[in-house]
Design a binder for this molecule. Sequence first.
Ligand code: C5P
Length: 341
Amino acid sequence: MPTCTLAAPAKINLYLEVVGDRPDGFHELVMVMQSVALADGITVTFEPSDPPGTTAPSPDHPNPEHRSITLHCDHPEVPTDATNLAHRAAALLWGQWSYYCGDRPVPQGHVTLTITKNIPVGAGLAGGSTNAAAVLVGLNHLWDMGLAVSEIEHLCAKLGSDIPFCVQGGTVLALGRGEVLESMAPAGPLALVLAKYRSLSVSTPWAYGSYRQQFAATYVQGSAEVMVHQEAVRSGPLAAAIATGEPSQICQHLHNDLEKVVLPAHPNVAALRDAFAAQPEVIGTLMSGSGPTVFAVCDSPAAAETVRQAVADRLQDPDLDLWVTHALPHGVTLQTPEGNG
Ligand code: C5P
């Protein structure tokens, strides 16, 4: 049966600036996004049904021409129904078949998506988003659709603002809602520790809504002003530091506007950030995305392991999960192509 397995990496934000409001109700953002090695595993399988007309309807096969999707996930908090972004990604691609493939017959059969969850849920690490991106890459491969990366990214943007980034990943300047991508010099293999309270999730709409309530007066007006902010990051000190690959220089310019609303609302996340900052091996620390995950940058994997242990010992909280990981120069990867539909 045609099957492929993909690795779907998480992301962190090295920079997140809320620049203003957009006519579509979203926020105009300037972000530097970075893929990390912490990744989910996704298996995509397509079981074709018999060609139309060859199977008579029966109680077992009441509708031999069919399209169905089943999703399995080993994490109890991940929905397995049609609300899951990965499920929606498969349905979207099927629905767009004739737009991209013209008169080629629409594949009929059953898609099975199996997600092995390593990325924490509701964490600000794009876990659901990267799963959806992986499904589009996997089905494009299995169905031999021949979509270009830009076409896959375009479909991703219909599902969520940070999903296009997850396809190619690496170190990227993300503008607009987050879906306008400009590649940057790779930040290098930054050694990282990620930390999240297992029972705490932050709603992204809540974080942006709170930000608007408190800071709308600071929003810039007009596209010329927006472009000034974009250019300030595109050719500013963070981009220059990333080009050097020097973690200590990069860390001088880490920034996330959403910390201003999430940290006061969640003092334990602020304390976690403080605990990272107090470690001598930590050269920079920041909340990722809309949180509540906090990451710390270290000089080496060994230093990151020391920090992981020290923060676990210091906070002594069984609800706190910590991971040692590193920056990756790419996003979703197809690992074991075993068939082509
Ligand atoms: O695009 P996505 O579904 O990930 O966005 C989730 C929510 O985050 C949006 O409904 C919106 O409230 C907020 N958001 C925003 N501006 C963005 C991205 C997200 O206000 N650029």
